[in-house]
Design a protein. Structure first.
Length: 477
């Protein structure tokens, strides 16, 4: 049964459709994996095996036409409203919150007849690249229990990597589905904002976060990420940033018409040698598949990063101030750290915010013009593999790299509003996963997924030893 839960989601669906396994069989396999590993990983924060079994029996009793994801076991990040499940955003201030209605994305997965296993852990208010909070504690990386699975979708990535879930939903305003995928050796997509409707995300994706933020699918293969994206994509008439675009799969010739620009770093912050090697390995695979792959780096990256800092850090703190005023004694250390970073930067004046908003449109236009010849980009996800909780500086090539700088590679594309997929490619000397990032122009999510699938076919998911039944105590050092 351990082998069953580690199969790609698409293969699990095939086994269900063939009748080799029932939905309840598949549910029981995942329940056993959750009960075995979740006490150690702390990935799921709302899980009731009887509720899962009840869903599975109901799905098994269905004899009429079945949905495209009928019986697929999935999880949801606990910042995406899932009716009947705790969605507390990792905060004591939201302890016990249970939405009555699904987010649009969750409703679409329910309509496709997925089996919802539960909701997953996240850092308080989603403002960190590691997953820890006072409400549920820290989530651990299944590759090394002394390391973080990343944030803010760290519970989701740990669950999927270790076979506790076949696939699921995270969200991303600064790398929050991509960094965890990179840290745990799975795949993910940060879509163009609105391609997966954001209504029902907590907190709402409004103001600058309507460009920065997106709900995104996570799974062990790009094929499975695409499977979820197909079920999720489509206009929501009530979402002001949701475009009237159906899923559009390009054929192989159309994909190969896109020249790919790749870069190993941005020239300002170094990356590990293994990260450079991963980018080059992915470039070689794409060349062998018939793509034109050339060195190229947009000149706007540092300007995009500075704007991300303005919107995510400074605006983010301003958004939360009314809710947290007078309640700092109930906030998690990791969120207080974010507030300290924001306070050092200072509050934005109205003029500064207005200028930043205008500059973002001008800079996005300039970046897209630079991408005219290179509509697909290949680059790192981060300077480093998964770090230990609380680590905030690293030495690479004799230079010190700070916390938010080490993950700047994802931040650029949130400001751009561009789709970006992550694929695992290699390992660090410690055996930790290293992924690469494949970026396309806004609204060309299917292009990013199509190119990423070529890379994924050459490298792909490997289960962490913990997921295969290895001793938990041996992994604790």
């Amino acid at each position: 049964m351990t082998d069953l839960v580690l199969l790609p989601a698409s293969r699990q669906l095939e086994l269900l459709r063939s009748g080799e396994f029932s939905v309840l069989d598949l549910a029981e396999a995942h329940i056993r994996q959750i009960e075995r590993l979740n006490p150690t990983l702390n990935a799921l924060v709302d899980f009731d095996p009887e509720r899962v079994r009840e869903q599975a029996r109901r799905l098994d009793s269905q004899h009429e036409k079945k949905g495209p994801l009928h019986g697929l076991p999935v999880t949801m990040k606990s910042s995406i409203a899932t009716a009947g499940y705790r969605c507390e955003i990792g905060s004591l201030l939201h302890q016990g919150d249970v939405p009555r209605e699904d987010a649009v994305a969750v409703a679409r997965l329910r309509a496709a007849e997925t089996l919802i296993l539960g909701t997953t852990n996240c850092p308080e208010f989603l403002m960190a690249y590691e997953t820890d909070n006072l409400l549920h504690g820290a989530t651990h990386n299944p590759w090394d229990l002394e390391r973080s699975p990343g944030g803010s979708s760290g519970g989701e990535s740990a669950a999927i990597a270790a076979g506790l879930s076949a696939a699921g939903l995270g969200s991303d305003s600064g790398g929050s589905v991509r960094v965890p995928a990179h840290f745990t050796g799975i795949c993910s997509l940060k879509p163009t904002p609105g391609r997966v409707p954001g209504i029902g995300h907590l907190p709402p994706c409004v103001g600058p976060f309507s460009t920065l933020g997106a709900i995104g699918p996570m799974a062990r293969t790009i094929g499975d990420v695409t499977l979820l994206f197909r079920a999720l994509a489509g206009q929501d008439p009530h979402d002001p940033v949701s475009p009237p675009l159906p899923f559009r799969a390009p054929d192989a010739d159309a994909l190969r018409s896109h020249t790919i620009g790749f870069f190993e770093d941005d020239g300002l912050v170094p990356v590990t040698p293994e990260t450079r090697a991963a980018v080059n390995s992915a470039a070689q695979v794409l060349r062998a598949a018939g793509f034109r792959v050339e060195p190229f780096q947009p000149r706007t990256l540092e300007q995009l990063r500075k704007l991300w800092w303005t919107f995510f850090v400074q605006c983010g703190a301003m958004f939360y101030e009314p809710e947290i005023r007078g309640k700092r004694d109930r906030l998690s250390p990791i969120f207080l750290e974010f507030l300290e970073i924001a306070e050092e930067a200072g509050e934005l004046s109205a003029a500064e915010l207005l200028n930043a908003w205008a500059q973002s449109d001008l800079l996005r236009a300039k970046t897209l013009e630079e991408m005219r010849e290179y509509p697909v980009l290949l680059c790192p996800v981060a300077s480093i593999p998964a770090f230990r909780p609380g680590e905030r500086t690293w030495t690479i090539d004799g230079r010190s790299v700070a916390y938010l700088d080490a993950v700047r590679h994802t931040q650029w594309f949130n400001v751009l509003g561009a789709p970006a997929a992550v694929v695992p490619v290699s390992r660090s000397p410690e055996g930790l996963p290293i992924g690469v990032q494949i970026v396309a122009r806004p609204f060309e999510d299917e292009v990013a997924l199509g190119v990423a699938a070529v890379v994924d076919a050459a490298f792909g998911y490997r289960p962490p030893p913990l997921a295969m039944g290895g001793s938990v105590s041996r992994r604790l050092r």
